[in-house]
Structure formats: C-alpha cells, structure tokens
Design a protein around this ligand. Structure first.
Ligand code: AMP
Ligand code: MG
Length: 537
C-alpha cells in the first residue's frame, strides 16, 4: 500500500450499495420462506449468534477493503462478520435466483444461506460486495437452516484464497469466524446426524450474480426485471462494452463465454474439480464460486468427481468440465434470448466458446510443457498422448508437471530408462508398476518430449523457471484440507493458518514445507473428506 492511502477501521468503510438501490426489491421484509417474483432480492438481517470468534483472515482481502490489521483483529470485526452487528451503510439482502441442478431445472433457489451485507467502495474506487455465508435463514432457505459448519467453511475459506494465488479467477474470502453455535448435519446422508461447530465465511467479489439470476426471470416470463438486471450488469461490471442495447447484449454474452472458457482452462491447468457446476453456481463474471464438494486431482483421472452425489452420473467429473460449462452457457443464452430474439448470434458466441476453449487449452498445455510457442504439428500429438501416458499408472498430476521441469534437454540423452524416469519417480503412487509396456510407453513419450525441447532456444534453467510459473508446487490437496479441519474441530487452528500462508506462494519452492508437496498418503485414499465429499455442509 502506498503512503497516500489511509488504513481504515470498520466504521470508516464506505458503502455504495448500487445493487439494492437500482434493482427491483421484494416488497416483503419479513423473513419467511417464500417464492419471490418480479424482484432481484429480499432484504434480510443476519441471525444473531452467541460467541463470534475470528479463526483466520486473509491479509490480501483486508487490503482490498483498505482495512487495517487492528480493525480485522478487533472484537467488533468478529461481531460484524458473524452477522451480529450491521454497520451503518450496510443494506443486507439475499438474492433471488434459480438454476439447473444436475441438468434439471430446479426452479427458485436463491441465497438460502448467503447474505450480502453491502458494497464497499475502496480507495481505488473499486466495488467489493461483502457476503456472509452461513449467517442464518433467508426467504430462499427452502427447507434448510441457512447455516454452515466449520468443516465446509474451512474448505471454502482456504480454497478461495489458494485459487486466487494460483491465478485462477475466483471469489475471495475475507474471514472465517466461529459462531459458537452447534449445527446439526447428516454428513453422509445415512440417518446419523451430528452436531458440528457453526461458522461463517465472509466472501468478497465485485458481484455474486450467477447464470441463475437471469434464468429465474426468463423461466417466469418476467422480461422487464430481466432487462433491468442485464442492463445493470453491463453498466456496473462490463462498462467497457458500452451502453446496453441489443448489440451490446451480444458482446456481453460473448464476453461471458470468453471468461467462462478462461476460468475452465485454469481449472484444467491446476487440476481443480468444482464438483457442482449447476447453473446457480456459475458466476456471470467468470469467477470460481461456491466451494462445496470440490476436489483436487491427485492421480490424473479425468473421470474423477469428488462429489458423492455425482458419483453415479459423473456429470461434473474433471474431464467433463469444459462441456458442462458450455451446457450452462446454452442455458444462459436461453435465458437472455427474449432480449435478443435471434438464436444465430448467440449460437455464434457458443461456437466461439468451443474454439476459444480448444485453442486456450492447447496453449495452456504448451506452457505447462515449457514450449515457448505451440507448434501444432509436433505439439498437439504430444499433448494428446500425454493424456494417455498420465493414465497408464497412478500418476500425481501436480508432482508430474512440476518435476517435468527438471528434465535436462541440454545434456547428453539419458543412458537408460531409469535415468530418464528418475526426476519423475515421486509422481508415481506405485513405482513397482512401471514395468514392461507401461514403462516403454512413458519413456517413449519422454524421449519425444526431450527431442521437442531441444528445438527450444531457451536454456533448461530458463525453461524450468517458465514452467514453474504455471505448474504449481503446492495445491490444497484434499487430505491437507481435511487435516486442517480435523485440528480445527479440536480448537487448534494452526494448520488452517499454516496452509493459508503456504498457499500464498504456490509456485515457489518452500523447502521447509516440502511435506505438503508430497503425494496423498495411503490413509487418505478412501477417507471421507479426502477423496469423497458430500454436499452436506
Ligand atoms: P449449492 O448446491 O450448495 O450451491 O446450493 C444450492 C441451493 O441450496 C442454494 O440456493 C443454496 O443457497 C441452498 N442451500 C444450501 N445449503 C443450505 C442451507 N444450509 N440452508 C439454506 N439453504 C441452503
Ligand atoms: Mg450454490
């Protein structure tokens, strides 16, 4: 921060609540479950809790809001960000949206356990919406309680910040606060509910609008509020596109397609599986949103889904994410169709998504492999075959790519397969399986890859440096998050904070933290929370 900026305490925060000021509100202000029509949101106050306690916060997000360390560490901060106190200037509300869940239209969903507090305008003039997740029921809570437990809140808090530092577009997380309440959850949906500590995460994003916010109006034939919402979105979050009108609507949809493709390419780069890509979990800004039963690929398996609810159909498996994003964009196109009344230009943007994704994906893979530019003739087959090579035996995706940078193209070719494979051995879950045909296929690929590297101008050292900027050393491995949760459940938050710190520099070597860069330990292979996650949160 430069010296001209003042550091603020909570009461100095400046709120400029454009959304509630400009968008149609639900006239009902009582907090009971209902269908809400012709409105973008309902005003609702967070539920008071007994004992707010700050567990962790993100320094970078506090900086975005110009908040001082003293402000964040004050007792009042925990009160505000657990939902006990509404600051002057805040205007709390829950948004109305619908969505397709697992491919089926689910009608009205809405912020069932998220309450937007207001929009902070920081000193740079940026708008940041503060949103509490787990701060009590809203008109959109349907049959649920509006609360969140510590387990899922730790996961959301850590992963949002880890993704940001990896360079993946995402909503942010300011704080993780324990509420002091106990929350009943049936974690495995097996009829054995247990009490778990309640928690609230404060999420931060320029906007939390989802595809489902537009879909709900279209599904009800409420074209006027749809129109208003699209115009608002363009004016506030896409001002560079120009004044809203038919042409600008089309450019906007094209831009949403482009941003969505960009986000998915990043997910594929780092091995992130969202787990619940329903249209209500797709941000209009192309941000990763709603960290639920997400997971990180350990062994490279494009068919893997972390979500137990998705286990049968595997709709949201790693390798299917690009197609699902397209399916979701088609639903968004359908929703805004009434403003355009011509399918052709919308289809054109969808086609551009397909092409743009393909090209972006290939470019991203070329960067992961350390090529300074993509030479289609040689590189596309290499990239294609690598997908197969990674699946021959259980291969840790993150370690494999990181270690690939250690191969030497400058030296004499390796004298045998063992020497060639040596830098990569850490990536294999069962090195004993590297025999026969499997071994030959992997080493053949490596030899072709090395030949390709020899055409590069850059030295090994320069290439390694470049590769290390796109192939992270540290990701939020599923079992690491679970270890942090296990400790947190006993009141020890040290690992939450240690992982938060570790994941601020995911591309750097951190020799003292080497243990967190290793393969998933065997005990975690089938442990719930480490390899299988339910939606219960
Ligand atoms: P998700 O699939 O987690 O994004 O949630 C789908 C819908 O269920 C959203 O409308 C959420 O707000 C709502 N929801 C999830 N959990 C709860 C809860 N504990 N209380 C109220 N609503 C919830
Ligand atoms: Mg959601």
């Amino acid at each position: 921060m430069n010296s001209q900026q003042t550091i603020k305490n909570l009461h100095d925060l400046e709120f400029d609540n454009q959304f509630t000021r400009e968008m149609p509100a639900d006239p009902e202000t009582e907090n009971f479950r209902r269908q809400v029509s012709q409105a973008c949101y309902s005003r609702v106050i967070p539920t008071k809790v007994s004992q707010p306690q700050l567990v962790s916060y993100s320094k970078e997000v506090a900086d975005l809001l110009d908040l001082s360390t003293a402000a964040v560490e004050s007792a009042e901060f925990a009160e505000v960000f657990a939902g006990n106190q509404v600051l002057e200037g805040m205007d709390p509300f829950a948004m109305c949206y619908g969505g397709h869940q697992f491919g089926n239209w689910a009608g009205q969903l809405g912020d069932g356990r998220a309450i937007n507090l207001g929009e902070v305008r920081n000193q740079k003039g940026e708008h940041w919406t503060l949103q509490l997740k787990g701060a009590g029921p809203t008109p959109y809570s349907r049959t649920a309680d509006g609360l969140a437990v510590l387990r899922s809140s730790v996961r959301e808090f850590l992963c949002s910040e880890a993704m940001y530092h990896l360079g993946v577009p995402t909503t942010r997380a300011l704080s993780l606060v324990l509420t002091g309440e106990q929350v009943l959850r049936d974690m495995f949906y097996d009829g054995n509910p247990e009490h778990e500590p309640g928690a609230v995460v404060c999420r931060v994003a320029p906007s939390f609008l989802r595809f489902g916010n537009y879909q709900i109006f279209a599904s009800r034939g409420e074209i006027e509020p749809l129109h208003k919402l699209v115009d608002y979105t363009i004016r506030t979050d896409f001002p560079e596109l120009g004044e809203p009108g038919r042409e600008v609507y089309l450019r906007w949809f094209e831009e949403v397609c482009r941003r969505t493709a960009d986000m998915i390419i990043h997910w594929m780069r780092v091995g992130f599986v969202h787990g619940v890509m329903n249209t209500d979990n797709m941000s209009i800004l192309g941000l990763t949103i709603d960290y639920g039963p997400y997971g990180w690929l350990e062994d490279y398996d494009p068919n893997w889904t972390p979500n137990t609810t998705d286990a049968a159909g595997r709709r949201y498996r790693f390798g299917n994410q690009p197609q699902i994003a397209l399916w979701n964009l088609v639903q968004l196109a359908n929703a805004i169709f009434p403003l355009i009344e011509d399918a052709e230009p919308l289809q054109k943007s969808l086609d551009e998504y397909v092409d743009g994704f393909e090209q972006g994906f290939q470019q991203m893979m070329a960067e992961k492999l350390g090529f300074s530019s993509l030479q289609r003739d040689t590189d596309l087959p290499l990239i294609e075959e690598l997908q197969q090579v990674l699946q021959l035996v259980e291969t840790d995706m993150t370690i494999f790519f990181r270690r690939l940078a250690l191969l030497k193209a400058e030296c004499e070719p390796a004298s045998d397969a063992a020497e060639l494979l040596a830098p990569l051995m850490d990536a294999y879950y069962d090195p004993a399986k590297l025999t026969g045909d499997v071994r030959t296929k992997i080493t053949d690929w490596l030899e072709r890859y090395l030949n390709r590297l020899r055409e590069e101008q850059a030295s090994d050292a320069v290439r390694r440096e470049r590769m290390n900027r796109v192939n992270p050393k540290y990701v939020l491995r599923n079992y690491l998050a679970q270890l942090a949760i296990d400790k947190a459940a006993e009141g020890d938050f040290s690992l939450v904070n240690e992982l938060l710190e570790l994941l601020r520099r995911p591309y750097d070597e951190q020799p003292e933290q080497e243990e967190y860069a290793g393969k998933r330990p065997e005990w975690a292979r089938n442990r719930p929370g480490c390899s299988m996650l339910s939606c219960s949160s």
